[in-house]
Design a protein around this ligand. Structure first.
Ligand code: GCW
Length: 698
């Protein structure tokens, strides 16, 4: 083994430790949130980036600057690879005087160093013994939905972080800060541009810009990927077709890929949204998704690149949008080349606050699949609402598909433990913009953090991740930690209570997907809330049983029967799978109507409760972040009521039933609310610092 000791660190670090302990309470200084989960590590000071831009140089610098312990930290890149550590894993051996980090690669060392620093901040440094960590997924990737014009689709944290016009000449420090933040939580890949891809991203001009970012990210262990526009051969080369079986088209992609690798030698590959929501794809030419994906995959193969081909495809004609991914991809199972992974959203419709897991995970027996979760809160209150999303993602990963009998969970399948995969992956749609605090809402940073930690280890609990995040981002004072953690842990459930109780879904207003729109009917019925809730005199909910759309049959037994019967269907999903009368008897003895009203009420009460919780911990937070979070909580509490008023008010005309006496009285009639459209001028990038006006007189 080559000993790669960071000589000289220990003395300096011991001194740093003394200095740091004499200026504690720095956390109460003004803090704009830019330091993310490095807040406690940096003690309120701006973060210091490594001057040496190599992976070991960065690891060294992090220890030099931030290790506060008295032990000498030694990092060892194993000369004889230790198989159990893989390419990115590491082992930390703890001793009283020395701590050693072992890894097979420099990136593994860097991850080990970030682990050590995290332990330092969260009370996890051991006095003896060792820990070994190996990531569950090979590719842990952020998907940015960023456009070249700097807007971010479903982005609520300002404009794009990538300043394409300034690049490649001007390089902002945020690029490296972004890389550092990702590396610290194990994220090793990023798709820089929107899946609704502008073909210009693949031009020689843009590749030079992408190269700059790739060069900055590389020492942090991060590889760059791009979304491609399937019609690029037509757009960029003026070909008459983009047919994946056309020799000229094949040549175009081979040449383009060769060009990309000549500029970015470790380019990761492509993400593709094809034949979905107006995007071009192989079906435009009578070809299949497999034809399209394989053509791109073959071009990437010699360089080791991969294709992440999205399963999010649906057409206005289908009877039930929730069934389309399976209908489309099942017949193609086994036809995809081995560097294609099918990227599947966690639920069968679209990132709603609660969906059952997508049945496609349990149906692809001969094709690799990966999960796509949405970190940005398109349907969970944008950057106005506090909603900690890890419980929602974990629910999907832990779901048993029963593909191979009991135990074939979504996590096991996508980690490649059921079918054996050479490359496994997991994606999260980023919530990052150029907002000073990166994510718009200080608590939205927790979702970025949680995605990285989950991608590294899907077995971590929501509690563990929230705990780590709070300690590093705010404080480890128990009087803050415990109530704030409890609030975070309940928050996704609470959001589901006031936005889509009992499995109602796709009930969001218009293009913004922020407020309620139960009355809305779009030109396409599969975009219409009325199509999904089906509220009428006879009841409410979407019948997906065998008497209805039959979607339950896409799940293996026992789930098909469990979901198919309202008596056994989990009540939080009951209106996802069933159309039931308003007076249907729920397990708690109430009618469906009463439980619906009471579930909204739970959401309303919880959102109002956040303000009390936050006020009660004010002394432990700097005033800057305290006030910004509080303003948003006030808004969230109002919004929860607004959701209830709109939905229950609207449903009442069908149920003919009264709001139970123990519910908060209506503030507005639904008729008032339907005339009013929430003023989000540009849903793609509302300013993160200004809460949109809330004015019912408009
Ligand atoms: O839910 C929809 C979003 C679109 C998004 C699409 C997708 C990028 O509303 O904005 O487009 O999902 O995932 O492709």
């Amino acid at each position: 083994m080559r000993r790669n000791k960071f000589i000289g660190c220990s003395m300096m670090l011991a001194m740093a430790g003394l200095l740091i302990s004499s200026c504690c309470n720095a956390e109460l200084q003004k803090e704009d949130g830019h330091n993310l989960w490095f807040h406690s590590l940096t003690d309120g000071a701006p973060q210091t980036l490594s001057e040496v831009k190599t992976t070991l140089g960065i690891a060294d610098s992090e220890i030099m600057n931030y290790w506060k312990g008295r032990q000498v930290v030694t990092c060892v890149v194993c000369q004889q690879p230790e198989e159990s550590l893989g390419r990115e894993g590491y082992r930390i051996e703890f001793g009283k005087k020395e701590i050693s980090v072992f890894a097979n690669s420099e990136t593994g060392i860097l991850y080990g160093v970030y682990d050590l620093l995290r332990r330092q901040e969260t009370g996890g440094v051991l006095t003896k013994g060792s820990v070994t960590e190996v990531p569950a997924y090979d590719v842990r990737i952020l998907n940015h939905w960023d456009n070249p014009n700097l807007t971010v689709e479903r982005g609520f944290a300002g404009k794009s972080l990538w300043k394409w016009k300034e690049l490649p000449e001007t390089v902002r420090p945020e690029y490296e800060e972004y890389a550092r933040a990702n590396a610290s939580i194990g994220i090793n890949a990023t798709v820089l541009n929107n899946v609704n891809a502008d073909p210009c991203m693949l031009t020689a001009e843009y590749l030079q810009k992408v190269k700059v970012l790739a060069d900055i990210f590389r020492p942090y262990g991060i590889r760059v990927y791009l979304s491609l526009n399937f019609a690029a051969p037509k757009h960029l080369a003026g070909l008459k077709t983009s047919d994946p079986l056309d020799p000229e088209v094949i040549q175009f992609w081979n040449d383009k890929v060769a060009e990309i690798y000549s500029v970015i030698p470790d380019f990761g590959g492509f993400l593709v949204k094809a034949n979905s929501e107006g995007q071009s794809g192989p079906q435009d030419y009578g070809r299949t998704h497999a034809d399209g994906a394989n053509m791109i995959a073959d071009a990437l193969k010699p360089y080791g690149g991969i294709v992440m081909w999205r399963a999010f495809v649906y057409a206005a004609t289908a009877e039930d949008r929730a069934m389309q991914a399976v209908d489309e991809f099942m017949p193609l199972d086994g036809q995809f080349h081995d560097n294609v992974i099918i990227q599947i959203k966690n639920g069968p419709i679209d990132f709603q606050p609660r969906e059952p897991f997508s049945p496609l995970f349990g149906q692809l027996e001969k094709t690799k699949s990966m999960v796509e979760v949405q970190i940005t809160q398109e349907y969970l209150g944008h950057s106005n609402h506090l909603a900690y999303l890890h419980p929602m993602w974990k629910e999907c990963l832990d779901s048993d598909t029963y593909m191979r009998g009991e135990g074939s969970t979504v996590a096991k399948i996508t980690e490649g433990k059921v079918l054996s995969y050479k490359v496994s992956a997991i994606a999260g749609v980023a919530n990052i913009g150029d907002s000073i605090n990166w994510c718009g809402h200080h608590f939205a940073q927790a979702n970025w953090y949680a995605f990285g930690r989950m991608a590294w280890n899907p077995d971590l609990t929501s509690d563990q991740i929230a705990d780590e995040w709070i300690r590093q981002t705010f404080t480890d004072n128990q009087k803050f930690l415990q109530p704030v953690k409890a609030m975070m842990l309940a928050s996704r459930e609470n959001t589901a209570h006031y936005e889509m109780p009992l499995g109602l879904h796709h009930i969001f207003g218009g293009a913004g997907h922020y407020g309620p729109g139960p009355w809305e009917q779009s030109m396409r019925r599969d975009w219409s809330p009325t199509f999904y809730h089906k509220a009428a005199a006879d009841g409410i909910g979407f019948d997906r049983t065998m008497q209805g759309s039959g979607a339950v049959a896409q799940y293996h037994e026992p789930l098909k029967s469990l979901y198919g019967n309202p008596e056994t269907c989990p009540e939080e999903l009951i209106l996802w799978f069933h159309h039931l009368p308003w007076d249907y008897a729920m397990k708690n003895g109430e009618t469906l109507w009463e439980t619906l009203c009471h579930t909204y009420q739970q959401g309303i009460d919880a959102a109002a409760g956040y303000i009390d919780t936050w006020d009660s911990v004010s002394r432990y937070v700097d005033s800057w972040r305290f006030n910004q979070v509080r303003d948003k909580m006030v808004r969230q509490a109002k919004d929860a009521l607004w959701w209830r008023d709109a939905c229950i008010g609207y449903f009442q005309q069908f149920s003919g039933m009264e709001l139970p006496a123990d519910c908060s009285p209506f503030q507005h009639t639904y008729d008032e609310l339907r005339k009013f459209r929430l003023r989000i001028s540009n849903f793609e990038t509302p300013s993160p610092d200004v809460l949109p006006e809330y004015d019912l007189s408009k």
